[in-house]
Design a protein around this ligand. Structure first.
Ligand code: FES
Length: 111
């Protein structure tokens, strides 16, 4: 596993979701203001929506979910899953080291 620095702390404000690259993968990084018992929690998922590939970098974060701009599907920022659990986004571990926000590049070959 490899950690990649993708942003600086402070560059992502609560409710933001932005496109980032980790290796050759297009992901999104967000900050859910309600995560971590209201302390805020970073999350990272694949960029393409699990429904029809909508660009989640243009989504919004609301009430613990990342909402796709195309058809409004809601994915948990904690699990990456749609409420039916039939569709899940691939999620990635996020950590903060000093002023760097880092995402773990998994060995999984899925999106
Ligand atoms: S493409 Fe995301 S909800 Fe349809």
């Amino acid at each position: 596993m490899t950690w990649h620095s993708v942003a600086r702390v402070g560059a992502i404000t609560p409710g933001d979701v932005v496109a980032v690259m980790v290796g050759d993968r297009e992901l999104v990084l967000g900050l859910d203001p309600l995560g971590n018992a209201g302390q805020g929690r970073y999350f990272a998922t694949q960029r393409a929506c699990a429904h029809h590939g909508g660009d989640l970098a243009n989504g919004i974060v609301s009430r613990g979910h990342l909402i796709c701009p195309m058809h409004g599907w809601r994915f948990s920022t904690a699990t990456g899953c749609h409420e039916t659990a039939s569709y899940c986004l691939k999620t990635y571990a996020v950590r903060v080291v000093g002023d760097d926000i880092q995402i773990e590049e998994s060995d999984d070959a899925s999106p």
